[in-house]
Design a protein around this ligand. Structure first.
Ligand SMILES: *[C@@H]1O[C@H](CO)[C@@H](O)[C@H](O)[C@H]1NC(C)=O
Ligand SMILES: *[C@@H]1O[C@H](CO)[C@@H](O)[C@H](O)[C@H]1NC(C)=O
Ligand SMILES: *[C@@H]1O[C@H](CO)[C@@H](O)[C@H](O)[C@H]1NC(C)=O
Ligand SMILES: *[C@@H]1O[C@H](CO)[C@@H](O)[C@H](O)[C@H]1NC(C)=O
Ligand SMILES: *[C@@H]1O[C@H](CO)[C@@H](O)[C@H](O)[C@H]1NC(C)=O
Length: 419
C-alpha cells in the first residue's frame, strides 16, 4: 500500500483534506426523512420472513471469555439480508448498488470470532426490537456513526420502519421511534466529542481551522445522555482536521495548524484528551442507569495515491487478518483502548456500565466496503469516498456486535434479578 509509505506530513494532508471533502456530503444524509410521515407512508411488509424466522432459533453464546472482536471475515453466500430495493432508507452516499457498483462479493462475508464462532450470529431484527421494547438508545458521533444508524434502520426495516420523532429540525439531532416496540433511537452530532467551533479569526490555507476545547464537554450531548438505556459513542475522522487546542480556556498548541508561533502537539494529543474529557463526563453523570459503549475507530482505506491525486479504494475482497494496519490507525486505536481502560476502573467503582465496542480490527480488514465512487451518479465528478460505507456492507457488523453485546448485558441483568 503506497499510502502507508508516504511521509507522515503527506499523510496528515491527506486525512485533513479528506475530512473536508467528506463533510460536505453529510447534509444529504437524512434528506429521505424530511417529511416526518414519509417513513410511515412507506411501511412495507417484511420480504424475508422465512430467512429470519429460521435465524431466530440460533443460539447465542454468552461465553464471557471469548473476545468476539478478534477474528476474521469468512465467505457467507447467504448475504446480504437486505438490499437497496427492500430498504429505501439507504442514503445516496451509501447506496452503492443503486449507483452501479458492479461487484457483489463485498456483501457476502460474515465475521467469525476466534474460538467462539457462533457468538456473533446474523443480526436478528425481531430479537433486537424485542430486547429494546420500551427502551431508548443514543448514538453519539459523526457521519460514520450515521452510517451505523442507517445500517440499523435497514436491518430493522425487515420488521418495521420508525417514525421520525425528532424534536429539533436538521439532521444532526434526530430521533426515530419504533411504534410497535416503543423503542427510540436518538442521534447526537459531535465531531470532536468535546466543545469545538470553527476558528473565527485565523484563515488557514483556505481550509477550516477548528478551535477544540479539550477539557470542556460538548453539552449538546453530555447534558442529554443520562436518561438513555444504551449509548454508543465514537469519534475519529474529524480529529485529523487542522485544530487549535485549548485547555483551561488557554491555547496550549495545535494540530496541523501550520502557524509559526504555535506548537504542534499532534492529533494523538488531542485525541487522547478529547476521549478523556468525554469519558469523564460519563463518569460524572448522576443516576445514569444505562450502558455506555465506546466504539473504536473505523479507519478509511485510501490506496494507490494521495487522497486528492486519485487515491481510491478499489479492492473487492477483505484483507486477510495478517494485513498490517496503518500506523495512525493503530495509534488512535491504542489511545482509545488506554483511555477506556482508565475510565473503566472508575466506572466499576461507581457502578457505571462502560463497555468497549471494539470494531477497529473488523473494519480495518474491509477495504472493499467503502462507498468509493459509487455514492453518487457515475457522471458526477469528485473524489472517491473511502471513509463512508456501502449499505448493505461490512458496516452492518457494527449492529451484529452491538446486539451480541446487548444480549450479554441483558443476560447479566436477568441473572442479577434472580439473585
Ligand atoms: C433484493 O432482495 C429481494 C428479497 O430478498 C430480492 O427479491 C431482490 O432480487 C433483491 N434485489 C437485488 C437488486 O438484489
Ligand atoms: C415508552 O418508553 C418510555 C421509555 O423509553 C416510557 O417512559 C414510556 O412510558 C413508554 N410508553 C409506553 C406507552 O409504554
Ligand atoms: C486555569 O486558569 C486560571 C486563570 O486563568 C488559573 O487561576 C487556574 O489555576 C487554572 N487552572 C488550571 C487547572 O490550570
Ligand atoms: C500567532 O500568530 C498569528 C499570526 O501568525 C497571530 O494572529 C496570533 O495572534 C499569534 N498568537 C500568539 C499567541 O502570539
Ligand atoms: C498473509 O498471509 C497470506 C497467506 O496466508 C499471504 O499470502 C500474504 O502475503 C500475507 N500478507 C501479509 C501482509 O503478510
Amino acid at each position: 500500500m503506497e499510502f502507508l509509505h508516504s511521509t507522515s506530513k503527506q499523510k496528515l494532508l491527506i486525512v485533513v483534506t479528506i475530512a473536508i471533502a467528506l463533510f460536505t456530503v453529510i447534509p444529504i444524509v437524512y434528506s429521505f426523512a424530511k417529511d416526518p410521515n414519509f417513513l410511515l407512508k412507506q411501511q412495507q411488509p417484511p420480504s424475508q420472513i422465512n430467512t429470519i424466522i429460521k435465524l431466530q432459533n440460533d443460539v447465542v453464546t454468552t461465553n464471557e471469555n471469548c473476545d468476539i472482536f478478534s477474528g476474521e471475515w469468512v465467505p457467507n453466500p447467504e448475504g446480504p439480508y437486505y438490499n437497496h430495493t427492500t430498504c429505501y432508507a439507504i442514503p445516496e452516499y451509501q447506496n452503492c448498488m443503486k449507483f452501479g457498483r458492479p461487484d457483489t462479493e463485498f456483501m457476502k462475508w460474515k465475521w467469525r470470532p476466534d474460538g467462539c464462532e457462533d457468538a456473533v450470529p446474523v443480526f436478528d431484527p425481531w430479537r433486537f426490537l424485542e430486547i429494546m421494547r420500551g427502551k431508548t438508545m443514543a448514538i453519539v458521533g459523526d457521519s460514520v456513526s450515521n452510517n451505523h444508524i442507517n445500517s440499523l434502520i435497514c436491518l430493522l426495516s425487515q420488521v418495521e420502519y420508525p417514525m421520525d420523532t425528532s424534536v429539533v429540525p436538521g439532521y444532526r439531532f434526530k430521533r426515530w421511534t419504533y411504534k410497535t416496540y416503543n423503542f427510540t433511537i436518538a442521534t447526537f452530532w459531535t465531531t470532536f466529542l468535546v466543545k469545538s467551533r470553527p476558528n473565527p479569526t485565523l484563515p488557514r490555507l483556505g481550509d477550516d481551522l477548528f478551535d477544540v476545547y479539550l477539557d470542556e464537554v460538548d453539552e449538546r450531548w453530555t447534558a442529554q445522555i443520562g436518561d438513555f438505556d444504551y449509548v454508543v459513542m465514537s469519534s475519529g475522522h474529524w480529529h485529523f482536521r487542522a485544530s487549535i487546542y485549548y485547555e483551561n480556556q488557554t491555547m496550549v498548541g495545535c494540530h496541523y495548524c501550520q502557524l509559526p508561533n504555535i506548537t504542534d502537539l499532534t492529533i494523538l494529543y488531542g485525541y487522547r484528551k478529547a476521549h478523556r474529557t468525554a469519558l469523564n463526563a460519563i463518569l460524572a453523570l448522576e443516576n445514569f442507569k444505562g450502558v455506555m459503549y465506546l466504539r473504536t475507530f473505523a479507519p478509511s482505506h485510501f490506496e494507490g495515491a494521495l487522497w486528492n491525486e486519485g487515491g481510491d479504494c478499489l479492492r473487492k475482497q477483505p484483507h486477510q487478518r495478517n494485513e498490517t494496519q496503518d500506523e495512525t490507525t493503530i495509534k488512535l486505536y491504542n489511545i482509545q483502548l488506554e483511555e477506556f481502560r482508565r475510565a473503566e476502573k472508575e466506572a466499576k467503582k461507581k457502578g457505571i456500565r462502560l463497555r468497549l465496542l471494539d470494531t477497529t480490527q473488523a473494519m480495518w480488514l474491509r477495504p472493499d466496503g467503502h462507498s468509493g465512487r459509487y455514492g453518487r451518479l457515475p457522471e458526477a465528478k469528485g473524489r472517491s469516498d473511502c471513509i463512508h460505507w456501502c449499505l448493505p456492507g461490512p458496516i452492518d457488523i457494527l449492529n451484529d456486535f452491538l446486539l451480541a453485546m446487548i444480549e450479554r448485558e441483558e443476560d447479566k441483568g436477568s441473572l442479577a434479578q434472580v439473585r
